[in-house]
Design a protein around this ligand. Structure first.
Ligand SMILES: [Mn+2]
Length: 424
């Protein structure tokens, strides 16, 4: 395996920070020991944690107004692999990449799998794209894809999803994420029931093409691009759909795909309780589907989500980031997000579950709230830093990335990315 960044500067980077990290770790270890927790056991769990990177988050994103590319950003899937490997080399919790087709389509998926393996990466869930037309596409998705009234458009969307499964098989993926932009902008535009029936009919055909050990992850979204009624608008619809499809279909919750104020941790708890939570898309938002860096707006919500996730029984959902980086270097945003997500996971592990259950059954509201809050307010950064360093990563990933000069070097090597409009 060849890592993209030379190892010597990272070793020097860590050497200058190691004593401070160990000092903080020891102090936190003493504090946690007084709560009956072993810091080494927590660190071991953190070392086993991972979350997939989104290939579409490695280049700069955009809004419906504009996209502002930066010099040296990746312009193809091979360059995206390199940048993902940089994130993994420094953060050590992002060993998988989630691809999006046809954006990341290659003629030789087996070759791409080998290329990824050479960088220490594997592939997570693959994503289909039927929310835009590709050049020369025979039947338009203008009025929907899997739920379109036009049978030819539906057939095309089904065939694309099945093609994604085939590509994913060659890549070693085990899940297909299906998100559609289908819906209506005006009351009366669509028959709400008929649109869902058409979606179900299409989804059944995709489901039938799933390999034995695969999952189909159904992602809901409240609004946008449809502004009146999205076909798969909420977790209720998603739940009904996966129930209709069968055991290999699961719901995928994206943090940004709900109305402001929605209790997302409760949605996680509900889906987990009935074995229907298959995937999670991490990001953050202030107003809507803003796809900001995980934990940048509401880190408490992220913690509460993880508090539910760590209590979940059964197989762990696919953890993936789904972000759009419009004004930052995408690698820096992904490094910051990896830290925020892993930190929320670590804090959730600090919750004294036995004490919490006791306070809940005694209806001691104040102490129940304080039990959660104490875990949330713990600074776990030394645990994360030491876990990263143990694994060969960087004590301070963003600082190490800046020291590497990666983007400047790539600016000289890579062809410039086109400005244009480029929502991802
Ligand atoms: Mn998503």
């Amino acid at each position: 395996m060849t890592a993209p960044l030379p190892s010597e500067p990272i070793i020097i980077h860590n050497r200058t920070r190691e004593s401070a990290v160990r000092e903080d770790y020891e102090a936190l270890g003493n504090a946690l020991a007084r709560r009956g927790l072993s810091i080494d056991a927590i660190k071991a769990q953190v070392a086993g944690f991972s979350v997939a990177l989104p290939s579409w988050g490695l280049g700069t994103g955009g809004t419906r107004f504009a996209r502002f590319p930066i010099a040296g950003e990746p312009t193809n899937v091979h360059e995206k692999l390199s940048d993902a490997a940089v994130v993994q080399q420094l953060a050590r919790v992002t060993p998988r990449l989630s691809l999006h087709f046809p954006w990341d389509k290659v003629d030789d998926p087996h070759g791409l799998r080998e290329e990824a393996a050479g960088l220490g990466l594997t592939f997570d869930a693959v994503n289909s794209n039927t929310f835009q037309d590709q050049p020369g596409q025979a039947h338009s998705y203008r009025h929907g894809s899997l739920s379109a009234t036009d049978r030819s458009a539906r057939d095309l969307a089904v065939a694309h999803n099945i093609e994604c499964i085939k590509l994913g098989e060659a890549l070693g993926s085990r899940a297909l994420t299906v998100w559609v932009g289908d819906g209506s902008n005006y009351p009366g535009q669509q028959n709400l029931t008929a649109a869902l029936d058409r979606y179900l009919d299409s989804a059944r055909q995709i489901y039938a093409a799933l390999p034995r050990d695969w999952q189909m992850l159904v992602e809901h979204k409240l609004y946008e691009p449809a502004f009146y009624a999205t076909v798969i608008a909420d977790w209720g619809t998603s739940f009904l759909v996966v129930q209709e499809l069968g055991d290999k279909a699961r719901c995928l919750v994206d943090l940004g795909h709900h109305a402001p104020g929605t209790n997302i941790e409760q949605i996680v708890a509900r889906l987990a309780r009935f074995g229907k939570l298959g995937g999670f898309h991490f990001n953050d938002s202030k107003y809507g589907d803003d796809d900001l860096d995980s934990g940048s707006i509401n880190p408490h919500q992220l913690f509460l989500v993880f508090h539910e996730l760590v209590q979940m029984k059964g197989s762990q959902p696919f953890y993936m980031m789904d972000q759009s980086h419009n004004v930052t270097d995408p690698i820096e945003s992904l490094l910051a997000s990896a830290e925020a997500i892993t930190g929320a996971f670590a804090r959730a592990l600090l919750v004294d579950q036995a004490a919490l259950t006791g306070f809940q059954s005694e209806n001691d509201v104040t102490m129940a709230v304080r039990t959660l809050r104490r875990a949330y307010e713990t600074d776990v950064s030394s645990i994360l830093a030491l876990a990263r360093m143990d694994a060969g990563g960087a004590a301070d990933p963003i600082a190490a990335y800046r020291e590497s000069g990666w983007r400047g070097i790539k600016a000289k090597e890579r062809s410039p990315s086109k400005a244009g409009s480029g929502i991802v």
